[in-house]
Design a protein around this ligand. Structure first.
Ligand code: AR6
Length: 174
């Protein structure tokens, strides 16, 4: 199948995705928060927080993998997007663009390393972390397409939650 046919843009909740891996928009401490993270933790059940606490930390732009517990997927890949809220953005160690691209890259790296043939991403950093949605969609799309055309032979789903997110991806794929 050609790479563009292996990218799917859908609207819905990430907790319903039956892909082998689902990506969580996490924080550095891997604590259950709001948004995607809150939805994933409540659908997975309390054991997910126990495993996340044992890992304890993930750098911004990096990813870690856990079991999925009560979720329909096999594994959850937790990635920490750049936080663009003014007090946090000043502390970033690299450009927001490179850090956001690295979230998608490191999550796909883990999917590959664990032989996971399908992965669903939410729109990382575009909620609490305030990354502008259109710009985040362009970075996500470019990074995912690069991997689909080079070394990842699985399927990638971008799971949009809002009409604005879907619109951002439509403009890129039309
Ligand atoms: N399924 C898919 N997408 C969703 C869902 C859902 N159930 N719920 C919200 N979104 P956010 P971030 C969309 O804030 O910006 C948390 O507290 C939402 O519309 O979840 O990376 C973490 O613990 C938005 O487009 O993640 C961190 O502290 C996108 O998901 C922090 O927020 C991302 O919004 C991470 O912030």
């Amino acid at each position: 199948m050609n790479p563009t046919d292996r990218l799917h843009i859908v609207k819905g909740s990430i907790t319903r995705m039956a892909t082998e891996a689902v990506v969580n928009a996490a924080n550095n401490q891997l604590r259950a928060g709001s948004g995607v993270c809150g939805a994933i933790h409540s659908a997975a059940g309390p054991q997910l927080a126990i495993e996340c606490n044992a890992i304890g930390w993930c750098d911004t732009g990096k990813s870690v993998i856990t079991d999925a517990y009560n979720l329909p997927c096999k594994k959850v890949i937790h990635t920490v997007g750049p936080d663009l809220r003014p007090w946090a953005a000043a502390k970033l160690t690299d450009s927001p663009e490179r850090l956001l691209a690295s979230c998608y890259d490191t999550a796909i790296d883990l999917a590959k390393a664990n032989s996971l043939k399908s992965i669903a991403f939410p729109c990382i950093s575009t909620g609490v972390y305030m990354y502008p949605k259109a710009e985040a969609a362009r970075i996500a799309y470019d990074t995912i397409m690069k991997r689909l055309t080079s070394d990842y032979d699985g399927e990638v789903t971008v799971c949009c939650f809002t009409d604005e997110d879907i619109e951002s991806y439509r403009q890129l794929t039309d």
